[in-house]
Design a protein around this ligand. Structure first.
Ligand SMILES: [Zn+2]
Length: 429
């Protein structure tokens, strides 16, 4: 509760069992209990406010924080409910929740769902929350203890038997709870790794400010970047220009570490990509030329292993996520080195993973390529020897961990790749 302050909205408050406890917290200035009208459950106490389950009768951005305990399983359309709660929260406001996973049917027929952490995360993302933190309320031991407790207490049996089971199972039940306590809480990552049994989930999410993130490429400001990827990762894709974390990092690097914006340069862009190429192509100080093996988006169609340019033609080269597609990549590197002017620079960026480079230029099966190299049209996965491969073709290479120079505030603001080094290559004079 230490994270709660100001006006707290208790969504699905029931008989408001936590009201006095919440109001006793130092940061809380007011409590609003909100629930659907249901005389059956509201004989003892009525909520502060009723709603129809669709729209909360409160203005936008009027609430400092919200809680929803054991509510989500009763909601017919959780994404819509989460979106409505977000509407009434102030930017930066937090929503705290608990939801059961292992629990008997209850409040029938308004018992709609049980949630896995993964579905819940997707819905929270789709509703536009950030800072998503989901943990398990209990693991294997707590789950069995909970089942024993529920079975002894609630399942149909005669009272003599019930008393007997209560007595005989109690030490085992207690042992399970102690063992659970010793293990500590299961994080979202734990749950994603191992097949766990869980009793339920709890979590905290944040409503982002409308301009919480900024794309350095297109200049757009947004509450949050869009989710992206086969297993969608949050805060990734710019709604303004489709840039991803790595594109935004590259742009910041170009601005901070190169002469791209200050000198008159002849630039070769290999397989131009998106808005970055478009912007550079229009810069007054850049004599821009783009090539691609097949795409008509480039100005010329040309094979990277057979460049139709004279030696020492370009001041700089952008070759971004290209070499992993090229069967004879060493020949491509030699060609790039040949056409680069002495003293010129090239950014030769590729997907990387630890270990040696894994190559399979003979593999043509798209599924096999995807399995081995991460994409259907990749012929290798570069590893720790990538720098050596470039240096062997003559380049002086710096694997620049530029990202580590950014402040925490900038990392959050621009949402860039945190673990990516930029491969800045130059041709010695
Ligand atoms: Zn953008």
């Amino acid at each position: 509760m230490s994270e709660c302050q100001g006006v707290l909205l208790d969504v699905g408050c029931g008989e408001m069992p936590y009201k006095s406890l919440i109001l006793s917290c130092p940061g809380i200035t007011d409590y609003i209990g909100l629930d659907i009208e249901n005389p059956h459950y509201q004989a003892k106490s009525k909520p502060d406010m009723y709603w129809d389950g669709a729209s909360i009768p409160l203005p936008e951005s009027s609430i400092d924080c919200a809680i929803a305990t054991e509510l989500f399983e009763h909601v017919p359309n959780l994404e819509a409910t989460l979106t409505e709660i977000k509407r009434v929260l102030k930017p930066g406001g937090k929503l705290f929740f608990t939801v059961p996973f292992l629990w008997p049917l209850h409040d029938m027929p308004q018992d709609e769902y049980r949630y896995t952490p993964f579905a819940l995360k997707r819905m929270l993302l789709n509703a536009g929350y950030t800072g998503i933190d989901i943990t398990a309320l209990g693991g294997w031991d707590a789950s069995l203890a909970q089942m024993i407790g529920l079975w002894v207490k609630r399942s149909p049996m005669d009272n003599g038997k019930r008393a007997e089971f209560q007595r005989s199972l109690f030490p085992f039940y207690q042992g399970l709870l102690q063992s659970e306590q010793a293990k500590g809480q299961l994080s979202f990552e734990d749950m994603a790794k191992d097949s766990s049994m869980i009793t339920g989930l709890c979590g905290r999410v944040v409503k982002p400010a409308p301009d919480a993130v900024e794309c350095p490429v297109c200049g757009g400001k947004f509450a949050v970047f869009l989710p992206y990827g086969i297993t969608p990762r949050s805060n990734a894709l710019c709604p303004g220009c489709n840039s991803l974390e790595r594109h935004r990092l590259l742009w910041l690097f170009l601005r901070a570490r190169t002469n791209l914006f200050t000198k008159h340069l002849k630039l070769l862009d290999i397989a131009p990509f998106g808005l970055i190429s478009e912007i550079i192509g229009k810069m007054a100080n850049i004599d821009y030329l783009s090539i691609d093996k097949s795409s008509s988006k480039a100005m010329m169609q040309m094979d990277i292993t057979d460049l139709g340019f004279q030696d020492n033609s370009f001041d700089c080269i952008l070759c971004y996520h290209v070499l992993e597609h090229v069967p004879d990549d060493l020949k491509a590197m030699r060609e790039l080195f040949r056409v680069l002017k002495p003293g010129g620079w090239a950014i030769l960026q590729v997907p990387l993973k630890p270990g040696p480079t894994q190559e399979g230029t003979h593999i043509s099966d798209p599924d096999e390529r995807k399995r081995l190299f991460g994409q259907e049209d990749h012929v290798r996965y570069y590893g720790d020897d990538y720098k050596d491969r470039l240096e062997c073709q003559g380049f002086a290479v710096t694997a620049d961990s530029f990202v580590t120079t950014l402040s925490q505030a900038d990392l959050k603001r621009y949402a860039v790749s945190v673990f990516e080094d930029i491969y800045f290559c130059s041709k010695p004079r």
